[in-house]
Write a protein that binds this ligand. Structure first.
Ligand SMILES: Cc1cc2nc3c(=O)[nH]c(=O)nc-3n(C[C@H](O)[C@H](O)[C@H](O)COP(=O)(O)OP(=O)(O)OC[C@H]3O[C@@H](n4cnc5c(N)ncnc54)[C@H](O)[C@@H]3O)c2cc1C
Length: 226
């Protein structure tokens, strides 16, 4: 499917969101991802295709993706994406993924590492749009200067009692004590973890030490950032 860039938003110093209008109406489940193909001159060994979580919610209709850009060491793909002009069309395909909410009666802990916040923006907005209110605690590990979507997250937390957000700002790192402290009923909850692979692995180890079974954990890791 062809998607046309209609807006580019600078979220933080090095994070941008790109809003694409699909050529025809498309549906997806909040938390899913899509592949983008951006042919460009002299692609490096990482090539011309990347997965991105869709950071927009299905009711927003346009497909947004949000990504981090390393101006010096970044890939040729990211350079081409950042240079994309509004009005340009690219190929998007393979919309899929199971990092979605299955049980609306369950209680959740969402853990995000930096750019891993992308699926939660979509999931939370989708729940609000559908008037659903599962009990959710979001633990968002980030740098003080890089809190992506802070305005909309704060707005949602202020408005909806079922959502609690705790920012874990570097140099503080997530650990078992923080989880026990911020989420006293953590044993009754399903854990979602989203972020760079190394962060997801560390959180999995922490959860294993807290005796959280694998069946209570769903992961979405973003390779390429290690
Ligand atoms: C299910 C899923 C969902 C995802 N969702 C998102 C998302 O929402 N947002 C997002 O940003 N990413 C997401 N990703 C990851 C994304 O697909 C890319 O892998 C990631 O953004 C890194 O992009 P990049 O390879 O272009 O490297 P860059 O982001 O440009 O660079 C990252 C680092 O890799 C190194 N590097 C860059 N190019 C090369 C090279 N050619 N060879 C060796 N090292 C290099 C550099 O040290 C650089 O600092 C997702 C991945 C998956 C599987």
């Amino acid at each position: 499917m062809k998607v046309t860039l209609i807006e580019k938003i600078r979220e933080t110093q090095d994070i941008y969101s790109f809003i694409f209008k699909p050529e025809k109406q498309v549906t997806w489940e909040a938390g899913q991802h899509i592949f983008l193909k951006i042919p460009h001159p002299n692609p490096d060994n990482r090539g011309i295709i990347r997965h991105f979580t869709i950071s927009s919610a299905p009711f927003e209709k346009n497909i947004s993706i949000t990504s981090r850009f390393d101006i010096e060491k970044g890939s040729s793909f990211k350079k081409a994406l950042l240079k994309l002009k509004t009005g340009s069309a690219v190929e998007a395909f393979n919309l899929r993924g199971n990092f979605t909410i299955k049980d609306l009666k369950a209680k959740y802990v969402f853990i995000a590492g930096g750019i891993g916040i992308t699926p939660y923006r979509s999931i939370l907005l989708d729940l609000i749009n559908k008037d659903r209110s599962p009990d959710i605690v979001l633990l968002y590990c980030c740098k003080a200067e890089g809190i992506i979507f802070k305005d909309i997250l704060d707005e949602m937390e202020n408005k909806y009692k079922w959502l609690k957000i705790h920012y874990i700002i570097e140099p503080k790192l997530i650990n078992g004590e923080i989880i026990k402290n911020k989420v006293p009923d953590f044993k009754e909850r399903i854990f979602y973890i989203s972020g760079p692979l190394i962060m997801v692995k560390i959180v999995e180890e922490i959860l294993s030490k807290l005796n959280i079974g694998k069946s209570s954990i769903l992961k979405d890791y973003f390779p390429g950032y290690e």
